[in-house]
Every structure is written in C-alpha cells, then in structure tokens.
Design a protein around this ligand. Sequence first.
Ligand SMILES: Nc1ncnc2c1ncn2[C@@H]1O[C@H](COP(=O)(O)OP(=O)(O)OP(=O)(O)O)[C@@H](O)[C@H]1O
Length: 548
Amino acid sequence: MLLTLAAPYRLALAVGLILMLCESAALLVMPWLGGRLAETFLQESAGSSTINIQVLFLGALALFAVQAVLKFSNIYLLGGTTTRILADLKIRVYDHLQALPLAFSHRRRHGDTLALLTHDVYVVSDYISGTALAALPLFFTVSGALALMFRIDSLLAMFAAIIIPLLYLLLKIFGRRMRPLALQLQEEHAIAIAIAEENLSMLPAIKTFTREQQESQRYRSQIERVVSLSAKERAIHAALGPGVQFVTATAVVLMLWLAQGQIGDGALTVPQLVSFLLYAQVMARPMAGLADVYGQTQRARGALSRLATVLAEEPEPSWHAGKQMGKINGNIEFRSVTFSYPGREPALRCLDLSVAAGETIAIIGPNGAGKSTVAHLLMRLHEPSKGSIFIDGVDISTVSLHSLRSQIGVVPQHVLLFNASVRDNIAYGRPEPTQHDVEAAARSARAHDFIMQLPQGYQTPIGDRGVRLSGGQQQRLALARALLKDPPILILDEATAMFDPEGEREFLQACVDVLRQRTVLLITHRPASLALADRVFKLDEGIMTSAE
Ligand SMILES: Nc1ncnc2c1ncn2[C@@H]1O[C@H](COP(=O)(O)OP(=O)(O)OP(=O)(O)O)[C@@H](O)[C@H]1O
C-alpha cells in the first residue's frame, strides 16, 4: 500500500532522496576537512605549512553553504510532496468510506472512522516522505562514516562497529514495547473523539437530563487515560534518543582511551584522530535518527493496518456498474424477500408485495415491524438475504445504483438536513434547479409560507441538522427536497408525523395530484394519510398481510 501511495510522486521523492544523499555526502566531507585543518594548524605552528589555511576555511564555508541549500530544497520539496500524499490519501479514504454500505457505519463508532481521516492518514503520509525516505541516507551516512573510519584506523573502527549491533538491540527492546502502546493510545484517542462528537450532538438531551457533570467526568476520564498512555509512550520515546546517545558517547570516550595507545605507538596522528572523532560524531547523529525510524515505523504500521482493514471492506458496487434503467414506470414487486440485520432475527420474512405503477399503498404496523426496512431494500441500502425485488420486471440487484436511486425519492423518518441555507437544502434533490423549481417544490410541501417568514427567506441558514427549524418545518423541507427530485417512485416514511392536523390536511389535499403521477409507498399510522392509499398493508414481525 505504501508503494501505491508513493507511486504518483516517485519523481519528487527520488529527487528528495538524491538531495538527501548529497547532504549525507557533504556531511562526510566535513570530518576530512576538519582533519586537514588540524594538520595545517599543527604545521603552521611548526612553521612548515604546505597548504594555505585560508583555502581550507573557504572550503569549509562553501561546504556549509551547499549543505544549507540542500537542506532547504529538500525540506521544501518533501514538505510539498507530503501535503499532496496526505491530500490523496484523505480523498481516497473518504471516497471509500462513502462508498461502503450503510451497514459499515452502523457497526462502527463514528469517532473511530473520523480518526482514520484525522490521525492515521497523517501518520502514514508523514512516514513515507519523512522516515521511510530518510532511512537510506541515514544508512549511507553511517556506513560511509564507518568505511572512512576503517581507512584511518581499523582497530578503532572495529570498536565503533560493535556499537551498531548494540544500538539495534536497544532499539528492538524499546520498539517491542512501543507498538502495542501506540495502538492502544490511538484507540483511546478515538474513544475521546467519539465521546466529544456524540455528546456535542446530544447536547439537548444532556442538558434536559442534567447529565453535564457525568458527561464531563466521562470525557475527562477518557482524556486522563490518553494522557497517562501518552506519558508512558513519551517516557519510552524520551529514553530512546538519549539512551542511544549515551551508549554512543560512552563508546567515543572508550575510543579516545584506545586512541591514546595508538598515538603512542605511532599508528595514528593527531589530525587523523580529529578526523576520526568527527566521523564518529557524524555517525552518532543518524544513530539517534535511526532510533526514530524504528519508533515511526511501528506507529506507521499501526496506522497502515487500520487503514488497510477499512480499505479492504467491500464497497457498494460502483455507481454505474450494472444495467442502466431507463425512465421507470414504477411497477414494484417483492418476491419472497427475507432480510436480517447482522446478528438479528429476520426483520422481513418471505415478503411478497406487488404494487402497480401509479398506485399509492400504505404500510402500517407496530414499531420495529420492518416498515422502514422495506424502503431501505427498495433503495438497495441493504441487500435481501433471500428473494428478489423487481421494478418494471427488472431485478434491481442487476441495475446500476445510480439509475435506481436517482428515480426514487425518500422522505425518511429521521430527516437529514445540512448546515446550509433553506434553498441549498431543498436544491440537494436536483442538480442546479431554478429558483422557480425550488419554490414550486416548497409550495407543494407546504413549506413556502414559513420559509418566507424566516429572516432571510430561502437564504436563511438552518444550523446543524436543521436545528434552527421546528420538527415539522424540517420535515416539510425534506418533503420539498424529495418532490423537487420528481421521482417516479416516492417513499414517505412517516413524512407527516410532525405536521399539525391542519397542515397535514392541506398537504394531503395538495398531494393528491402529485401522488397520482407516481408510485407511492406511504409508511404511516396517520388516518388522514391512510385515506390517500389505494391499498393498505399491515406488517408485523416481518410478515406482510393485507389490512383490508
Ligand atoms: N441498522 C440496524 N441494525 C440492526 N437492526 C436494525 C437496524 N435497523 C433496524 N433494525 C431492527 O430491524 C427491525 C425493523 O426495523 P424498522 O426500522 O424497519 O422498523 P419500522 O417498522 O420502520 O419501525 P418504526 O415504526 O418504529 O419506525 C427492528 O427490530 C429494528 O430493531
């Protein structure tokens, strides 16, 4: 998956890698220059200098300048690439989440899903351009420094080479503890987001049931859990860098001790020792970086596995896959349809239903009888466990979701409105409708009059989920939205439940014409609505019978 994500940016990433390698090379020249400088200093003090020291100073300055330019270009280039990879990944994950069947979001906590888009994608993209790519130059610097150290003094270099396995041992010990901790931290973080998200959308219930203290306490305890896990993670993380540095520094001191003997034996000169120590320092710095590589890899593995699990979920068939249904007449037939929600008793049992085009039927029945489920199956929001559904004689499981859903209008039981203007909410039913169309739909839904009384009329913002409107007003907007779509099949799921009796009567009178032009499924208990139906069916415990 990492390779797929990075593939479109391989050029930028390759240039970034080359720049990093150049930076490493420049870093490796420094100790050599340091040695030359030390040599020249000694020669100058002895009056036997062969090199102009000014040239060496200028060389050092030029090298610093090259390093600065390389660093700048690299940060600039990789910063831009990270942003693009992050954007791509977010879009890909979002599109996938949107394409998954509703059942996925029903079984998952909202906060967990949000954490994928906020935290996990960030960790992964950062890893690609930050850590994964940096590992090679770090390795290059370490091995280059080590090789050059061998050239100077193999005994000392061998000693330095022992440090590397030692450090890896240290990394492994800490790394093993880091991974489960990082995963757990992420989970606790997601729970905190979920609590906040749910509570903020449940504020009216919290306030009316005076549960502020308990909810605040629940959120606080969760945050405390996150803080205590972060502290553990930080402790390991904090110990890792200095731990590695300490081991390296100890090794340097031991090396100096060894070097003392080598100089005494004449196997090593002082300028060579300067170079050697500078190489040791060049080698030690990426070592701390390599410690980070391990920790970051563990973090990225956690995030990647969460993303991969969700991306592996089977999405709904692509929108346009399957037969395109032309304009439908609205003949509906359920043949022996059985459906169960996961882990539940069947919500519909061997249901047979036949509705002629242009007919209005009503479905009544107690709560939980399966009425809304009938509507969901017709829209293919869920697929039947057994049996088939036909529209105009075509099995809907073989047609494209787009051509099916675009011809069915639904006013759901729980109205879903956006935080946008009244107009935008109604216009959601059809791409770019004229103001005249929007108003006509609003008039049919008996919404126009109250809209005109709002402070900015059709442009009035209605707040999160339409919170600035009454329940009945929200329902009228949802109705206007469905009518604007002008679908051959219309499903009204308790669509007038919140209407006042007068409003309902007016609406139903006005609807007679609207309803006659299409097939209508009325899910209702209201006697006034029932009067509109040509036939009434009763659903009880998933079994459909005729009510007459
Ligand atoms: N997403 C879901 N996951 C699991 N079970 C569900 C889900 N949605 C509904 N159910 C169950 O399926 C059964 C039928 O639900 P449905 O919403 O179709 O009933 P309904 O007849 O529309 O009820 P009401 O009159 O209360 O709206 C119920 O027992 C309900 O608990």
